[in-house]
Design a binder for this molecule. Structure first.
Ligand code: ZN
Length: 497
């Protein structure tokens, strides 16, 4: 599931170490980051989590969250100590049944020193007891916890976990989840996956959610509030659970008219991307004031504002497309964001075609023509945009334009085989833009280095293919947007900072 790169010689050296009795000298602290150049402190080094068990209690009136996180993990190096990423107040940490000492450092590091050093390959059970008011915590001056009149919501990208559970916060370390949350009777707790059971006692109701397939930390979500929950089953048999804040006001009808079509849209996407990869499906719309949506695994988060102008199936298409492109196959590093956003945007173009509101080619032509060569739009490289432009509109629009260029280069048959094959090729794992290029070359039998370089990695406007030049030149004088354009552009604001 996880990609690790070993430098030549490192393997031989560690083999030698095995012959030497373990000594404290060979154990060193795990790195405070997993090694992502965009976000050096995100995730941690030295271990790999396989499961999170979160047993929580939340008071909507005060935003107080308390609970116990039990992490199952394995060390990947000899460790004297290791970090988790977390912001709430920790009262106790235990590692393999022994009390561990802990302290905080940096913006979001929880440094844990186990009673004795840990050898490489050791199975770990890490128990963290904690409490706190998530809305009172910030890192780098921002928060991903949305306080609502009736509770709170944790949903953001690339970071949301710090505000509600301790983790190895990077997509490279995926794990399964059991999220059990106690809330006052009359409130509901929404998370990912299937609702295994609920139980009520002494004025509190416990919701037990399970995500049984590997899930990146930023795709884990928690929402507590007063929700109306609807259930159903898609035509191909996937159970659907949707949740709507009871406080959506005028947006309520449009939100339901969009999100209730989740089953239909997911089934439609299987025609392009292959079988739906999870055993649960849905969406939730809390009464937040943000404007973005997020592909939280099996159950996307939608802001009410997405539905302010009426129903918006395009945003549902976008977030559900991510279930394959982003969730099933996750970025290897945050520079690979095109693997997520270029494809989710292209799915919106395919939906536009399906709805007879403009073809993918028409949308591509419009993107191309509406940005003149000196537009800053072309300086953003979707294949490596930099952290400051990770969610720039160019990652989406130029990203989808690159896919149309690829389609035109290799033909529909190879292109759609590629769209369907990729999620299977790296299912439940991680992959990079370079992996996609290699796979596209393999499927199409064509060398594609120049095409990928032109459309994804050059900070300038690519030249138009000769055959389209005249048409595009005409369009450039007064580009006319396809009918779906406005609605698709309204889904640009995915990121909440
Ligand atoms: Zn997206």
């Amino acid at each position: 599931m996880h990609r690790r790169i070993f430098a030549p010689g490192v393997l031989a050296a560690s083999t030698l170490l095995l012959a030497i009795p373990a000594s404290a000298a060979s154990h060193s602290p795990g790195a405070p980051g997993i090694g992502d150049p965009y976000y050096p402190d995100y995730g941690n080094g030295g271990y790999d989590v396989s499961h999170y068990d979160l047993r929580l209690k939340y008071r909507p009136s005060t935003d107080e969250l308390e609970g116990t996180a039990t992490l199952l993990a394995r060390t990947t190096q000899d460790l004297s100590r290791f970090d988790l990423d977390f912001l709430l107040d920790v009262s106790e940490v235990r590692v393999n049944d022994a009390k561990a000492s802990f302290t905080t450092s940096g913006e979001h590091e929880l440094e844990i020193t186990p009673k004795s050093p840990l050898d490489k390959g050791t199975a770990l059970t890490i128990v963290v007891r904690y409490s706190g008011v998530p809305s009172s915590k910030q890192a780098y001056g921002f928060t991903s916890w949305h306080r609502t009149p009736d509770g709170g919501v944790g949903a953001n990208e690339p970071e949301a976990a710090w505000w509600w559970f301790p983790s190895n916060d990077h997509p490279l370390d995926k794990a399964t989840y059991d999220v059990s949350v106690q809330v006052p009777d009359g409130s509901q707790a929404i998370s990912n996956g299937t609702l295994q059971s609920t139980s009520s006692r002494a004025g509190w109701t416990r919701y037990n959610w399970r995500s049984n397939k590997p899930q990146a930390t930023y795709l884990a979500t928690l929402a507590v509030g007063r929700f109306d929950i609807t259930t159903g089953t898609t035509e191909i048999g996937i159970p659907v659970v949707n949740a709507y804040s009871k406080d959506l006001g005028d947006n309520d009808g449009a939100a339901r008219a969009s999100v209730e079509r989740t089953g239909e849209i997911a089934d439609w996407l299987t025609g392009y991307f292959g079988p739906y990869p999870y055993n649960a499906l849905g969406g939730y719309v809390p009464n937040v004031t943000t404007g973005y949506a997020l592909e939280t695994q099996t159950r996307p988060f939608y802001s009410p504002r997405q539905f302010a102008n009426g129903s918006n199936t395009s945003v549902v298409v976008h977030e559900l497309a991510h279930q394959w492109y982003g969730d099933l196959v996750s970025v290897a590093g945050w520079k690979d964001i095109w693997i997520n956003e270029g494809f989710a945007r292209y799915a919106q173009w395919l939906w536009s075609e399906h709805e007879d509101e403009g073809t993918a080619q028409e949308l591509a032509d419009y993107v191309y023509a509406s940005h003149p060569a000196d537009d800053a739009f072309w300086t953003v490289k979707p294949g490596d945009p930099g952290p400051e432009n990770q969610f720039d509109a160019a990652v989406y629009d130029r990203g989808a334009l690159a896919l149309q260029a690829l389609r035109n280069e290799i033909g529909d048959e190879a292109f759609f085989a590629l769209l369907k094959g990729w999620p299977q090729r790296y299912a439940y794992g991680n992959a990079s833009v370079a992996d996609f290029q290699r796979y596209a070359e393999q499927v199409s039998g064509k060398p594609l280095a120049a095409l990928f370089d032109t459309w994804l990695f050059q900070p300038s406007k690519p030249g138009a293919p000769a055959a389209r030049e005249a048409l595009l030149a005409r369009a450039a004088t007064a580009p006319v947007p396809p009918r779906s354009w406005k609605r698709i552009a309204a889904t640009n604001d995915v990121h909440g900072r």
